[in-house]
Structure formats: C-alpha cells, structure tokens
Ligand binder design. Structure first.
Ligand code: MV4
Length: 512
C-alpha cells in the first residue's frame, strides 16, 4: 500500500480523499493556490504545499507544479479528484514517466473515452447499445445531410471531442443542418482543438441514468448499481439519487452487465461511470463514459455501504477487488443535494462571500461532504459548491422526507444559497412520482416561485426586524458596534454613552 498520496484538488473532494487516506493510515499531501491558503482541505491533509495564483491554469491545472510537489513530498501516488487534471491523459502519461501512480484509469482508456466516435466504435464491437447514428466523423455538410436522412430527423449533431453537454446541437430539418454543421464544427475547433463532428438520432425527453463500475488491474469488473441524474440545469447536476426510480432489478442487471462489457472492451481500470440516456419506453443507450470519481459518488456509497475512494486507492496499489458481483447489494435509498453559493433571486448566479454562520444538519441518515467552514470566505475563482448534503433511508419516500427535514435544519449565513430550490424539487408531484426527465428543472424554474403560508405570515415580521436592525446599526449602538470590532480582531470599544446603551438593550430585548 502507498505510504503517501498527493491530492491534486481542492474543496470538498480534496477533504473526501484526505478522509479515506486517514482511515487507511496513508499520509495525505495537499496543494493550494493563493486564495485557498485557509481552505478546509488544507487543514484536513497532513501537509500542504502552495502551488501558485488562483487562476487554475497556474495552480491546480499546472502539471509541472503538481509533479514537483509530488517529488518534493515523496508522494507515491496522485489522486486527481474530479475536474482539473482528472481526465487529462497527458497528465496520466507524465505521472507514469515520473514513476508516480495515477489513481484512475490508464491514459489509453481515458483517450478512447475522450473521443465519442472512438468510444462508439468500441461499444459497437462489444455489442453495447448506443444511440443510433454515425460511428465516424462527418467531413462535409453533404455527408451530414445524407446521414441525417438515413436515420431520420430530428437528430443531434455532436463534437467527437465534446462531452458533458459541450459542443452539441439539435437539428430538426435539413435547412437547419446548413448553419448547424458549420457552427458546431467551428465551436468544436475552438473549444477542443478538434473539429470532428458526428450525428445521433435525437432522443426526446430523455432521462440520464449512469452506472458506477469498478475494474481492478487483474481483469475483474463489477457494477455498483445506478444513479438517477436527470435533475440538472445547463448540464450541471443539481440533485442525484440512487437507485433510479425507473430502474427495477431486471433493468439494473441488464444495464450493469452492459456497463461491465463497456469497461472490459476498453481495458478499463479503476472507478468509472457509464452514462446512459433512457428514452420514454425505458430503452437505454450508451452515451459516454466518465473516467473519474464523480461528484455524486456518495449516493452509491450510501446504498452499497462501500467506500469508493478507498476502493480506488486499493486498485491503484495493485490489489484485486475484494468483492464479487454477488456481494454487491443495493439497500435503501439515497438522495444528494448540491448546496451552492448561488442567488435564487438572480438566476442562480454565483454568490460567493464570507460565511458568517453555519448550522449544519445532522441526525439519522444524514451525511454532509463540505468543503467550507464558518468564518471562511468562498472565493470567486472556483465552482461555488459549499457542500453535498445526502440523506439515506430505507425507502425513497423516507429519504425525501429526511432530506426535507435536513434542509430545514441547515442554516447558512453571510451569502445566498440554493437551499430553497431543493424544497421545491422535493415537494413537486412529478419528482415525488419519479416520472421526471432531463427537462424537469428548467420547467420548474419557469413556474413562478411559490410562497408558502408560513413564509407569507413571516414577511411583515421580517420586514419590521430588518427595519429595526438597520436603525440600530446606523446609530452605531454599542451592542452592534462591539460585535463588529471584535469580529475584526480589535478590542471592543467602550460604549460612548452608557445611559443610552441601556435603552438600546431594552429595545433589543423587546425585539425578541
Ligand atoms: C443527447 C440527448 C438527446 N439525444 N443525445 C447532454 C450531455 C451529454 N452527455 C449528452 N447530452 C444529451 N445527448 C441524443 N442523441 C440529450 C442530451 C441531454 C442531456 C443528457 C443527459 C443529461 C441531461 C441532458 C440535458 C439536455 C440534453
């Protein structure tokens, strides 16, 4: 087993990996940029190294700096987390040249999955169902028109180097194809440095269901069930659950076996996720494979009882999987909410700032994977994910109610969060029935925001309290001003007018 692992990431996922390391008695080495000097992950690792300015290209994406820290710290392996260098095949090769183990798949498997056309050709060989369309790139508009005619409109034009929703476009008529072809091609060139595009039949109102697989370096591959990820917006997942409400035991086995076949044909190793689109008749199609540990891995951990990060580390160290497919059991139901510093009144725009107060939920069946702490300032430079809140219960119904309870308990002060959005999702009849698709959240956000009766009654009270607070604060009352100075670390000032401070105090008491 490794003695020391470098965590090439930040925030909640770096904290998550440090936790696995500590449980395995492995030393963890962290890295941080200028704005992450006081980040939670820096406090959770055994030691941490400064790697440069906030801009990711100069720090978390800087291969040379990361490898230099690995050498200097004596780390034997690197865990990339998600994002940043996690799906960079060149980085995997660079690690190998340095004799440092990359905790993830090989560069070859990563490259193959990075090209959607190569992945489709491989899946075809393995008999994995994928969305009907072209397996090769389309070099000209004429070929695209010809092919679209063959599979029938509407179609989806996609960049071969794309993924996660980038570089794709619906095309509903031959007329639309003319502009769409050139646009998608030049977008792909700009975004990925590769203008290869291909066609797929458009699946209308699909669901996004993904299967977690694990492959060791001895040819053993298992699946750990699926995650339902259709609650998303602009290709950013917002809420995930396991198992999927539309997948029964038979479909689970079928999808799982297909996912294992996909991994085997790609000579895949370590943790991977096979993404499927599910159509309205519950047919499923291979979409792409994510070659990393995913944000939403906790829901799989909750329903399987396994530690996915520990499994990744064991596999990277050359150990065989210590469980067979028959040992994997899906038990209960888990839901994860991604708590972001976002402003619901400003189209969920990032709302970073100082966290003046955090009162976290806890109690039965609640798990919180947080990357922040009270008093810390959320930097504007990165994804403003504060925490992932997960609820686990025997049934989906219980998990929904447990999550609702936890969200009521959760208090985050100092910045805006998307917590209120989850109340709406969890109470929505379509969500509760489990009949939603990938368009659900956009439709929900079109609806006017409901104000429930309890909130409505509190609006005048809140307005009066806010007016009084503003009044007290503008007068620089002693209670408030001493709070302010002590917060800044200076010694509190003595109240200037002792007599009026009693009046002030009395008014504040009355407010309670
Ligand atoms: C599709 C599709 C419909 N038909 N492909 C979006 C993310 C990328 N991984 C693939 N995506 C889609 N591909 C065909 N042939 C619809 C989507 C899609 C989607 C997929 C998964 C989750 C959310 C989505 C939201 C919009 C579109």
């Amino acid at each position: 087993m490794f003695r020391r692992i470098l965590i090439a990431n930040r925030g909640e996922i770096a904290v998550r990996i440090a936790r696995a390391c500590r449980e395995m008695d492995i030393e963890s080495v962290g890295v941080f940029s200028d704005v992450d000097r006081k980040s939670l992950h820096v406090r959770k690792v055994d030691r941490a190294y400064h790697i440069g300015p906030a801009q990711a290209s100069e720090s978390y994406l800087n291969t040379e700096k990361i490898l230099e820290v690995a050498r200097r710290s004596g780390a034997e392996a690197i865990h990339p987390g998600y994002g940043f260098l996690s799906e960079n095949a060149q980085f995997v090769n660079a690690c190998q040249r340095e004799g440092i183990k990359f905790i993830g798949p090989s560069a070859q498997a990563m490259e193959m999955m990075g090209s959607k056309t190569r992945a489709r050709q491989t899946m075809k060989k393995a008999g994995v169902p994928f969305v009907p369309g072209s397996e090769k790139g389309l070099e000209s508009l004429d070929r695209a028109l010809e092919f679209a005619e063959k599979i029938g409109y509407p179609v989806m034009l996609k960049a071969a180097a794309g993924g996660g929703g980038k570089g794709m476009r619906q095309v509903r008529t031959p007329e639309e194809m003319h502009s769409a072809f050139d646009l998608t091609r030049s977008e792909a060139q700009r975004a990925f440095g590769d203008n290869e595009v291909y066609l797929e039949k458009l699946i209308e109102n699909p669901r996004h269901v993904e299967v977690q697989i694990f492959a060791d370096e001895h040819g053993n591959v298992i699946y750990l069930g699926e995650r339902e990820c259709s609650i998303q917006r602009r290709h950013q997942k917002v809420l995930e659950e396991a198992p999927s409400p539309i997948v029964d035991a038979e479909m689970r086995r079928h999808m799982g076996e297909v996912a294992v076949r996909a991994a085997k044909v790609a000579h895949y190793t370590n943790a991977g996720t096979v993404e499927f689109l599910v159509d309205e008749s519950r047919n499923f199609y291979f979409l792409e494979m994510n070659t990393r540990l995913q944000v939403e891995h906790p829901v799989t951990e909750l329903v399987t009882g396994l530690d996915l990060v520990q499994m990744q580390i064991r596999i990277a160290a050359g150990e065989p999987l210590n469980l067979r497919q028959d040992d994997v059991q899906i038990r209960g139901h888990a839901i994860e909410c991604r708590i972001y510093a976002e402003d619901p009144d400003n189209n969920y725009f990032p709302s970073p700032g100082r966290l003046t107060r955090i009162i976290p939920p806890a109690g039965p069946g609640i798990r919180r994977d947080s990357g922040v702490y009270e008093g810390w300032t959320v930097p504007i430079e990165y994804d403003p994910l504060l925490a992932k809140l997960s609820a686990y219960a025997p049934t989906r119904h219980d998990a929904i109610n447990r999550m609702r309870r936890a969200l009521v308990e959760y208090f985050v002060g100092g910045l805006k969060t998307n917590i209120s959005l989850f109340r709406r999702i969890l109470l929505h009849p379509e969500f509760q029935a489990g009949t939603f698709d990938t368009g659900f959240l956009d439709r929900l956000l079109q609806e006017p925001r409901p104000v429930d009766e309890r909130t409505r009654r509190r609006i005048p009270i809140a307005a009066i309290a806010a007016a009084l607070f503003a009044q007290v604060e503008s007068r620089g009352g002693p209670e408030i001003s001493s709070l302010k100075t002590s917060r800044n670390g200076a010694s509190p000032e003595m109240p200037k007018k002792a007599a009026s401070s009693w009046k002030q105090r009395a008014r504040e008491e009355a407010l309670h």
